[in-house]
Design a protein around this ligand. Structure first.
Ligand SMILES: *Cc1c(COP(=O)(O)O)cnc(C)c1O
Length: 352
């Protein structure tokens, strides 16, 4: 065709998880929160006034920045609102990377990173995790302008210790972006690294912990100078008026958020235990999903892909990745108790 830049022509594009149209399904394939957003969010939605839609939104989302700053113990200048966490990834890669300024990250991880890099014609340095998903020491020597560590990592669900991320931030010459999209479900976050280092950006998302994947809202937490630089790259009005109002209501309702997270964490422990009892290998997860390896305990194991297909026939959706290292695994979001029970009953029939 020849209309597109060569790198755009070459890149395959990101494949989002399957979104079935039917709603009477058990949807455990894209890590949505199984519980509804806070009632305060629905109240804020009902309270949107025509004037808020007629005018352009606050370009920096001041109300949200103030609420988030209070909750994280930082200043509003340390926060940048984004149209989903993915918007921040795209802004950061445009801000720091180009053909001569590579992006580095451990693999396997979120497959959006290389797609966004390709769009900037930016070379990628992929450093493999070991079997236990420990942070690869070689990452520090990559010389990349931007290093992304997804922590907790997707799709492994695993965490690396904050001390290791601190020494990575300390030794890197470039910027370290810690993708904390799932950190709401982990034991601890890396907020203290933002206070300690001027080259650390945390990515947060309201899609998982706050049950707002449909709203599209995420944010960056970083040193004020880094935030100011990123602001130059973002779209002027990257978050809309409705999103700012609803995201602010969501983050201000910490009790509701914490209660939901606790339910997911408790059900994650049960799901993990019962998958192991069915013969799957499951690493401890710090997220709202688990990665289940079709295990040696299955006498004649069905390939993971076949198990996924059989589940889909029963209207139960989980995620399968056709890539080396992941093709014997299924990523399963933690659902409600009822959803998890339906999944486990079906799995028992399929592999039992
Ligand atoms: C969900 C997710 C994000 C951000 O998602 P948004 O819906 O755009 O906020 C970022 N990184 C990872 C690894 C994710 O799973």
């Amino acid at each position: 065709m020849g209309y597109f830049r060569d790198n755009v022509e070459r890149v395959a594009g990101y494949t989002p998880g399957f979104q079935p149209r039917a709603t009477d399904v058990v949807k455990l394939n894209t890590n949505e929160n199984p519980y509804p957003p806070s009632p305060a969010v629905m109240k804020a939605l009902a309270g949107i006034r025509p004037e808020q839609l007629r005018r352009y939104p606050d370009p920096v989302g001041t109300a949200f920045r103030q609420a988030a700053a209070r909750i994280h113990g930082v200043t509003p200048e340390n926060i940048m609102c984004c149209n989903g966490g993915d918007d921040l990834l795209s802004i950061a890669i445009r801000a720091f990377c180009d053909a001569g300024r590579p992006l580095a990250y451990p693999v396997p991880t979120y497959t959006l990173y290389p797609v966004l890099a390709a769009l900037e014609d930016c070379p990628t340095i992929e450093v493999p995790f070991d079997e236990q998903f420990n942070l690869p020491p070689a990452l520090v020597k990559s010389g990349a302008a931007l290093t992304i560590v997804c922590n907790p990592n997707a799709p492994s669900g695993t965490c690396v210790p904050i001390e290791e991320l601190a020494s990575l931030a300390d030794e890197l010459t470039g910027v370290l972006l810690i993708d904390e999209a799932y950190v709401d479900f982990a034991d601890r976050d890396c907020i203290e690294l933002v206070r300690e280092f001027d080259n650390v950006i945390l990515l947060r998302s309201l899609s998982k912990g706050y049950s707002l994947a449909g709203l599209r809202f995420g944010y960056a937490i970083a040193d004020a100078a880094l935030i100011a630089g990123l602001m130059k790259v973002k779209d002027s009005y990257n978050v809309d008026a409705v999103a700012i109002a609803l995201a602010t209501a969501a983050i201000e309702d910490q009790p509701y958020f914490k209660a939901n997270v606790e339910k997911v964490r408790a059900d994650r422990a049960v799901l993990t235990e019962r998958l192991i009892a069915l013969g799957f290998g499951v690493l401890d997860s710090a997220t709202n999903f688990v990665l289940a390896t079709v295990g040696a305990k299955h006498l004649s194991p069905l390939p993971a892909e076949r198990i996924q297909e059989k589940l889909a026939k029963r209207n139960i959706y989980v995620r399968y990745f056709d890539v080396p290292g992941l093709d014997d695994k299924l990523r399963i979001s933690v659902g409600t108790k009822q959803q998890n029970d339906r999944l486990l009953a079906a799995l028992k029939e399929i592999v039992g």
